[in-house]
Each structure stands twice: as structure tokens, then as C-alpha cells.
Write a protein that binds this ligand. Sequence first.
Ligand code: ARG
Length: 571
Amino acid sequence: MSYKHQVAEKIASALTTLGVDTFTSENVYAMLETPPNPAMGDIAFPCFQLAKALRKAPPMIAAELAGQITGSPLKEATAVGPYVNLFLDQEDVAVQVIGTILGQGSEYGDSNLGQGRKVPIDLSSPNIAKPFSMGHLRSTVIGNAIANIMEKQGYQPVRINHLGDWGTQFGKLIVAYRLWGDEEKVKAEPIKELLSLYVRFHEEVENDSTLEDQGREWFKKLEDGDAEAEHLWTWFREESLKEFMKIYDLMNVSFDSTNGEAFYNDKMDRVVTLLEEKGLLTESDGAMVVSLDEYNMPPCLIKKSDGATLYATRDLAAALFRHESYDFAKALYVVGNEQRLHFQQLYKVLEKMGYSWSADMHHIPFGMMLKDGKKMSTRKGKVVLLEEVLAQAIADVQKVIEEKNPSLANKEEVARQVGVGAVIFHDLKNFRLNDINFSWEEMLTFEGETGPYVQYTHARACSLLRKGNYQPSSSASLTPGSLDSKEAWAVITLLNSFPEVIDRAAANFDPSQIGKYVIDLAQSFNKFYANVRILAEEEDIKASRLQLVAAVVCVLKEGLRLMGLAAPEEM
Ligand code: ARG
């Protein structure tokens, strides 16, 4: 239990002594404040809300209450006006916090909120035969971090890559390949080659308008199970997926399912039938739709006039499938903000179908990745390709390592971990709905608010432990006075708040909470390191301080892991 919770319990039981039993320790906990300056205490408890129950003025209550609150982890409680100001016994707290972390290791901050229930998370979901865009990078990175965070809270995440592997574009691609394609080229560089076929198709359409019709015909063939169409589609899908896998491997992201849009081909009729049975389908300009007038939303398109089903129909089938397969606690969709309306419509249609579980589905939107303040567009090749970004980041880090630490073991692996880490952190350090400006400088420096900075701080702390010959221990034994600096206290209070930060990150599906936290912790640790001697101290003091360092190593590593970053011990 964190020291703040312990204090809340003390106050709650003191309140019972005074005759108030309507405040649980959770109520009290929520009321606790941090005094504006540390001289006024570490925690403050305001008494205004008690005036009614006790029929007394808040300052009188504060005075009575202060006399009732004593014992570890508190040193002192004093009344100042309507507040009880509480001073922690910092040594007591240090032993508790450091001891808990050393004892629990990477399990520090775990909770069982999820009780093992499943949480399917729709993430990444790039489109076959098109490049992996920055939007898909964002979805991958944010989704993966949320999956890690949910797992830490006791849920069982199910990572689903809902591949865009179906649609009219495959008809066009087949036409383009049959006209201008080259098997060897596709094999060598599938995504580049398929994209250029797709682009060429759109260029040639300008002169030859029959191409569009041919594209439609081939897509129809594909839907009807034509052997050649199916063969080409399967091949395109496999080649693209192989190339995406290289990116996922580099980023150390894996999936529990790659059931994409095509997976639902044989599950669409059921959706249409269900909607019909429930009397929800209406006709509009020859198409079948579900009206959402009552929510002031445009209708949800289910079936086009030519009988083709749509993106939304597929997502309805996917939602039913996920509900039936996973009996989920929540179902998450990490998809760009542009698709907000689509998901609102999806949930409303499910609600109209009578599925109360639609309330457990959450769209987790995110903003755009901008370059020079402008949106990156996939068309006409005006994109920064993720593969190139990752390769460049890794190469840049490699250069730094060659300059600064050429004898480092494992150079290549460390360069990968730090280069990829820089890209991931650049994305996760800001609240996901904000647009981010793509910037090499901001991504790759070893100073400032970057992944390499946090990783470097972690490695530095690891090296301290090695140099100080730290003996791992699963509890804290601290020499009195060894951690009484304000720098040490700042680190300890941050370490203590890690579990709360995880709770907040999970409740808001917001990995940036962890990003900001690890930056704070790294900065605060670096201040401690700059101002407090460690290795040059006497044995017992050194040993105590190294225990704090070990706790920092543990929490930084776990924080980075939750975000999807590795924490190399040397760099
Ligand atoms: N492939 C889609 C795109 O790139 C994203 C799919 C998101 N997931 C979903 N279930 N609709 O826009």
C-alpha cells in the first residue's frame, strides 16, 4: 500500500474516533492535497466537508483531528486553519518504497483490476499493397503500449491486426499487375512495386476510362472465387505481410491475430440478416442503410446498390465475432481521429441491434503526424516511409555509439533498441490526440525529452550499480541519514507514484502518462546523481544510496517496457 493510502486510512480511522463514519479511506484519499510549499508538509487534508457532519467550524475540526493522527509513516500532524498538514517520516517512507520495489521487481505497480478478462485491441491494421504509413505507426505504437498497460492491470490483451486486405483496390491492382506487372520485381520489393502499379493504374485511367470497369470486374471475380484472382490476391497479401513483419520484428511488436477485413467475407450475410430481422435496414437511393437520424448522425451504409458490402458491415461482423470469441471486458480500436464518425456509427448500430456490450467498446483516436506543419499524404509517394525512418534512426544511433563508446558489446542490437526507441518515444510522449510534428532533431538527441535520454539515464544507473558492486536484495536496509537530501526525497516520491501513474494511463488509455513520468523520474534521478555522492561514500551510505539507484533502474526499465522500449544496460 502506498504511503498516501496509509495516511488516508489513518485519517479515516481518526474520523471514526471523532464520530464520523461516513468517510471511507478511499473518500479521504481523494480529498488529499499537496501543500503549495514543502515547509507546510507533504500532504494536506482539508476539513471543509466535515463541517456539516460534526457541526463545527473547519479550523476546530482540523485541530481536533491533528491530535488523533500519529504513527508511521507520519512524523507530525499540525492544524493550520481549516487544514491538517501532515509531515511524513521520510526515512520510514524511503524504507517502504524502496523495499517494495526491490521486493516486487518488475511486478511493482501490477494490479488485478482486469481479473484476467480479455481485451481485444484493434491496432496497426495497415492496408495490404500500400506502404505502412505514419498513421499506422501511431496505431501500432499506441496500441501496443495500451496492451502492455492493460496487461499490467490484470487484463488479458488480444492484439488484433485488422489488415486492410479486401476491397475494390484489389481489382485495380490485379488489372495493373496483369498489364504491367513483373513477378520478380514484386518478390524483390513487394510494397514498393505494388504501390507503383497502383499509382500507374490511376495515371493511366486518365487516358483509358475502361480501366475502372476492368478493375470492378476483377474485384467481382475475386469476390466470386475466380482462381486467378484469388491466387494473385493471396500472393499480394503474403508478400505485403512479409514486409510488414520486418517492421514489426524491428519494433518488437507481435499479434495474436492477423484476421483482416477478408476474414469476415463469410460472416457478412449474417450481419445483413440480423439487421433485416430486427427491422433496422431501410433503403436509400438503392443502397441498404441503418438510419441514425435520432442521434443526428448520417445513416450507416450496409450494402451498396450493386450488393457489395462495406467497411462498416465488416466492422459489424468483426464486433460480433470478437464478442463471441473473447467475451471481452472492453474492446478497443486504436484508429486515427478521422474515423471518429465511423466508430460512433458502429456503436450506435450495435446498440440499436440490442447489444448492451457495445457500451464496452472504445474508439481510441489519435492525431496526425505532420511534416513541416503539413499532413503527409500517401498519394504520389509524398510520404516518409516508416522503414526508412527506422533505418535512419538506427544508423544515426550507430554513429553516436561509434563516436562515444566504440568498444560497446552488442553494438548493433543496442543501436536498434535505441533507434527504434527514439521513434516510439517521440510518438508516445504527447497526448495521443495532439498532432505531432515529425522531427529528427527532437527524436534522436540524448538530452531533452526523448527515448534515448531515458534509456541513457537507465544505462548510467546500471553502470553505477556495476561500479559500486551493488548486491541485489529484495528488501531495503537503509543507513539512517543516508537518503535525507531533498534530491533523494524527490526521487522517492516519484517512485512511490508509479502505480498511480499506471492507473491513470490505463483509465484514460493514455501511454503519454508513462512517457511524462519516465522523463520526470530520469531528470530527478540525474539531479540526485549530480548532487549526492554515491561511489565515493563510506560503505554503508554507499550501499543505501545504491539501493535507491537499483529501485530507479527497476522502475525506469518497467516504464520503458510498458511503452514498448527496451532498456539496454550499457550504451
Ligand atoms: N485499414 C484501416 C485504415 O488504414 C484501419 C482499420 C482499423 N480497424 C478497424 N476495425 N476498422 O484506415
